[in-house]
Design a protein around this ligand. Structure first.
Ligand code: AMP
Ligand code: MG
Length: 414
């Protein structure tokens, strides 16, 4: 278990936050996103911000569930096996009325059950000659056979979807079934993803030996898109005080959330925290007792935008994004899906005792259907190529140096 007592690297250094404390500070400082009304076709993946109730009973009428003949089952119980076909009841037509128990009505799947009928015998169980349907030998008919009874699935006025539900395909169909042309959902936040660093070169551009690819932003945007965030701008800023100030100000004026990578450590060109403070962004915290990702900086601008300034080392960036930023954005959208999963370690892991440790893992299912987290060894927070094929990471709280196989802890997916 994570305790909430702050950890410090040594007794003279200021206490650093633990991950759970940082997580709470973020959620305390992140406003809920506004509501917008969207046409249903644009709502896949959105978070519902209103309850949706049944417009009518579901099904709304006694619904024919198979193509066949509709009849009065009492006639079969009385020994009748042949029924003259009176007419055809098609889906979408108002209901016909059976004229007499010796008759039947051809009825199509989805049609309203004709009046005075209480069962449907499927086409496969009858033969038809000269306008007369005959039940095959051995076919028995009970009341309400092959009829999907009105209101048997849900009743008019019943709560079908609760505010906070994420609209996946079934939920979108349910909202449509309830007659909703538009639904109230959380507005998509306007996100700006910014990389910082003179050394960074765009994929596709020529790269010199002293330069590196600008890879973090692509990982960040992939993760954001995967979680349904669509309004994502992308920018790059050099380690230049004036350029950084101008761009940060521009993005603070035009976005709800800024996600930065790089420039938050102790180097001479790590200008991000100072400039953010100069621009009036209130620092909520800087640094967490965790590896990787210790230099993570988080603050809120007086005008509203939240700023997540992630350390630039590629593993740190992705870990901080999945551990803090994405859950915070989902919570701001009102998503009430269950929190992270727990999983046992498939092998012992040895870590530093002073910091929470995020260990990349691949999840595996054993022959008994149990999930295990298989740790992936990496060369540290710069080694993102080793993350290929991992599913996420587990969080090991500060404490023992060695966590044994079977230790159950939180799993965060990419
Ligand atoms: P920084 O946090 O700016 O000190 O960067 C730490 C390390 O991460 C340096 O080796 C940077 O070159 C690298 N880095 C920073 N930003 C990115 C990025 N967007 N893509 C790939 N590597 C990066
Ligand atoms: Mg840098």
């Amino acid at each position: 278990m994570n305790t909430l007592a702050p950890a410090s690297a040594d007794s003279s250094a200021p206490a650093l936050l633990l991950p759970a404390q940082a997580e709470r500070l973020i959620s305390d400082n992140l406003a809920c996103l506004p509501i917008e009304s969207l046409p249903l076709v644009q709502c896949s993946g959105a978070v519902l911000r209103e309850n949706i109730y049944g417009e009518r009973d579901q099904p709304p009428f006694d619904r024919v569930a198979m193509d066949g003949i509709a009849l009065d089952s009492a006639a079969v119980r009385d020994g009748r096996r042949s029924f003259s076909i009176q007419s055809i009841q098609a889906a979408g037509d108002a209901p016909l009325t059976l004229s007499q128990p010796s008759a039947c009505i051809e009825a199509m799947t989805g049609a309203m059950l004709p009046i005075s009928c209480d069962a449907v015998v499927p086409v496969e169980a009858i033969s038809v000659h000269d306008g007369v349907a005959r039940l095959e030998d051995g076919v028995s008919v009970q009341a309400w056979d092959n009829v999907h009874r009105r209101g048997s699935d849900s009743r008019q006025g019943a709560l079908l979807l609760e505010a906070g539900t994420r609209l996946r395909p079934p939920e979108v169909a349910i909202a449509a079934g309830a007659g909703m042309a538009r639904v109230r959902v959380s507005a998509q936040p306007m996100l700006a993803v910014l990389s910082t660093g003179n050394e960074l070169i765009e994929p596709g551009e020529p790269v010199l030996p002293h330069q590196v690819r600008r890879s973090n932003v692509y990982g960040i945007i992939a993760a954001l898109r995967r979680h349904g965030f669509q309004r994502v701008a992308d920018d790059h800023v050099h380690d230049d005080r004036e350029e950084l100030r101008t761009r940060l100000k521009l993005h603070l004026d035009t976005h709800d959330v800024l996600i930065l990578s790089g420039g938050v450590s102790m180097g001479r060109f790590d200008l991000v925290p100072t400039l953010l403070t100069e621009l009036g962004v209130r620092r909520v915290f800087h640094k967490i007792a965790q590896r990787p990702g210790k230099p993570f900086w988080f603050g809120v601008a007086p005008s509203g935008p939240a700023v997540f300034a992630l350390p630039g080392n590629p593993v740190s960036t992705l870990v901080c994004l999945s551990r803090y930023v994405i859950p915070a954005l989902l919570a701001a959208m009102g998503d009430r899906s269950p929190a992270t999963r727990k999983i046992p370690l498939a092998a012992a892991v040895t870590v530093s005792s002073k910091f929470a440790q995020f260990v990349p893992v691949r999840t595996e299912v054993d022959d008994w259907g149990r999930d295990w987290a298989v740790p992936r060894l990496t060369n540290g927070s710069g080694d993102f190529t080793s993350l290929a094929g991992t599913d996420g990471f587990v969080e090991l709280p500060p404490g023992p140096n060695t966590y044994p196989k079977g230790f159950v802890t939180r799993l965060f997916g990419w």
